[in-house]
Write a protein that binds this ligand. Structure first.
Ligand code: BGC
Length: 431
């Protein structure tokens, strides 16, 4: 086999044609139906106990965005009429070797994580003494109300000790008290997809779902007959969707991951895994002597960031330069232009599949909400934001498959923070 044939083989392995796209959408719809009935499913239907906002909510709030790779705390003013401002934001990475800490270590205690959040809240509270707080928590949790939630499991990077099954609101409250902030109350605790929904829906009408594709992937949607009979936003934990056509690289990634068998859709679409999939393909091609390298650097798991995939999507001069530097760093020698073409084909095949799978899951949500014109899916996260063409291509696939529905994707930058403030406003607790 030569590199050209290898590229063709990779294309085939990652290609999802429109028949498969439709059948994935149908499988997603079945899993959703089962989750809503309380039956066994790879999807969840976790109520947020929050309705969509009217856009007229007002007040000042503290917003904590506890994400997959960083924590942000902001002071947010909601002005009504769908307008808001971020007054100030402080942020820290979950791990920062230069600052000498790493919250993602297995030895981290839950209390340490929540103390870290509380200290950031204190930093901001000194300047903005606002007592009503919304927490966006980007992990699966079971809500008991809009401000009480139990942790179901960790995904992505974190796994602090002795936290599974515990109440996140109580962990945060205790940390706020330990850090001299007993007057601050978590008024809302929401998943980041719900935050994205709330942020989009605060600013525009017609939002039927929210989705994140960043370090992790997930969606939520507006369910019409919630527990109270009113519409309610449901977190689907769709990153765990499992009825998917997988290839040998997917299986390898899954088997070597911290959570084999879980988060299968996330492992094919999210930023944490796209670089790793790419690396696994490269290593396989190296072993088959279709890629030549003098250095073993590519053999380290998770050593490749999703950035390389975004550079490979574009034909721009700057991105080509970045790819060339990347190849040099990994000592990929041999015929440079042949290698570049091969890497580009691999990168594009992996990203194209992620786009198609996400479009299939959105199709299932849109078909469930049939009868609406131009429904909106609010989206956020680094893959949606920075992967060239990602949002447009998902939209194009949806337009191709559902031409009469004319769905739209709405990017909601800072959605996790703005959504936390909107959630706190909706909770009814006074700012
Ligand atoms: C988590 C979800 C979250 C998603 C996006 C997944 O790993 O399970 O709760 O919404 O990442 O951050």
């Amino acid at each position: 086999m030569n590199p050209k044939n290898a590229a063709g083989e990779i294309d085939q392995l990652f290609y999802v044609n429109s028949i498969s796209l439709r059948s994935i959408a149908e499988a997603f719809a079945r899993h959703l139906h089962r989750a809503l009935q309380g039956e066994f499913s790879s999807l969840s239907a976790l109520p947020s106990y929050l309705p969509p906002p009217s856009g007229q909510e007002t007040g000042r709030y503290l917003a904590v965005d506890f994400g997959g790779s960083r924590i942000r705390v902001s002071a947010i003013a909601l002005h009504g009429s769908g307008r808001c401002s971020i007054l100030k934001e402080v942020r820290r990475l979950l791990k920062d070797p230069e600052q000498g800490y790493d919250l993602t270590r297995e030895t981290t205690e839950g209390e340490q994580v929540f103390d870290f959040i509380a200290r950031l809240v204190r930093e901001l509270y000194q300047e903005y003494p606002v007592r009503c707080l919304g927490l966006t928590f980007s992990y699966p949790m079971e809500q008991l109300s809009c401000h009480q939630a139990r942790l179901l499991r960790w995904t992505k990077e974190l796994k602090p000790r002795a936290t599974l099954g515990r109440r996140i609101d109580l962990l945060l409250l205790a940390a706020l008290q330990r850090n001299g902030l007993p007057e601050i109350t978590p008024a809302a605790i929401i998943n980041d997809t719900v935050a994205c929904f709330l942020s989009g829906s605060y600013q525009t009408s017609g939002v039927i779902a929210g989705a994140i594709c960043g370090t992790g992937h997930n969606s939520c949607y507006l369910h019409d007959s919630g527990l109270t009979g009113d519409p309610m936003i449901m977190n689907l934990e769709s990153g765990n969707f499992s009825e998917l056509p997988v290839n040998t690289y997917d299986d390898r990634l899954d088997q070597q991951s911290d959570n084999p068998g879980q988060q299968r859709l996330e492992k094919m679409t999210a930023g944490k895994y796209l670089g790793e999939l790419f690396r696994l393909v490269c290593v396989d091609l190296m072993d088959r002597r279709l890629l030549a390298t003098a250095r073993p650097s590519l053999r380290t798991p998770y050593s490749v960031e999703a950035d390389i995939l975004s550079w490979l999507q574009s034909d721009g001069w700057e991105d080509r330069q970045k790819v060339a530097v990347w190849m040099k760093n990994h000592a990929l020698n041999g015929n440079q232009s042949q290698h570049t073409v091969l890497l580009q084909r691999i990168g594009r095949a992996i990203v194209k599949r992620a786009i198609t799978l996400i479009a299939a899951s959105f199709m299932a949500l849109l078909e469930r909400k049939s009868g609406l014109t131009s429904p909106v899916i609010a989206v956020d996260g680094s893959v949606f934001q920075y992967m060239p063409g990602f949002v447009t291509e998902v939209e194009n696939l949806l337009l191709r498959e559902l031409p009469t529905v004319r769905p739209q994707l709405l990017m909601t930058p800072h959605g996790s923070s703005i959504g936390a403030a909107v959630g706190a406003a909706l909770s009814g607790k006074q700012p």
